[in-house]
Ligand binder design. Sequence first.
Ligand code: NAI
Length: 299
Amino acid sequence: MSAIRFDGKTAIVTGAGHGLGRAHAMLLASRGANVVVNDLGCSVDGTGASVSAAQQVADEIKAAGGQAIANSDSVTDRKKVKNIVDTAINEFGGLHILVNNAGILRDRSFKNITDEDWDSVIDTHLNGTYNVTKAAWPHLREQAYGRIVVTASGSGMFGNFGQTNYGAAKAGLIGFAKALGHEGAKYNIRVNILCPAAASRMTQDLMPSAILDKLKPESVSPIVGFLCSDEVDVTGGVFEAGAGAFAHSNWARSHGYKTSNADNIATLEEIRDHWKEITDLSSPDVLDNPAAAMGKFMQ
Ligand code: NAI
């Protein structure tokens, strides 16, 4: 089998100045992609800005023999995101791959969260991904080719204490990417979702160093590379990755209970009496589209 390469393809990786984005950008470039290294150069909580984060990674790629250009526009700035896409097109003549990775963290219990903590996290992850994808979409659609990765999180799938803002943004991204996966299918645009686990400045205070040592960002990037390749045959998939392990996740549903009342309206007592069946996830159905999900209810 031939090696997976990206020669002649151009990728944008947002938030590529540190951590996971840097690792994804380095991998894509090492396999021949031209890379727009986007990064605002802010701190973990989204404050501040510096052109050096993006520039440093672009320089590293070039020093290793790859092709890269730095861009330090914020993914949240609707007036400027077009620059990110234009940089790819003007510098490298096209755009084929978009890895939405930029992110910030403002963990606080719901009692203490401020409107600004809420808005900035939603804005960076959810609106930021929308903004860059919206700017890239016409090019991908027109050329009938595109690979998009959206970075979500286990926090969006399972919820995590102190992360109502982050979990809401990440769960929103799963819905966004699944819907866009359907819309892109006939244009050969595949949109998939990454839920990573990696040691980065974002997670350095959240986990003990013995665990962080096993969670290199580089051990997540191979699946990002594959999801960006010609060979990926899935769209709208959620892929978890960390410590060199990779898996496909999906919603699980209990076999449940259906009322036999003629009007399809159950009583509260029926719900109580069948609660075990409703909540039993020991041998769930795995459902991957709304028609299948609804169809089962209508049977
Ligand atoms: P990181 O803090 O090392 O990297 C995030 C990068 O995004 C930073 O370089 C930052 O400057 C950049 N950034 C932030 N706001 C930006 C904006 N408005 N425009 C452009 N760039 C911006 O964090 P890490 O861990 O590498 O996170 C990358 C992504 O992976 C994030 O979306 C994060 O939520 C997600 N993630 C990370 C996990 C982990 O275990 N590290 C777990 C689950 C999700």
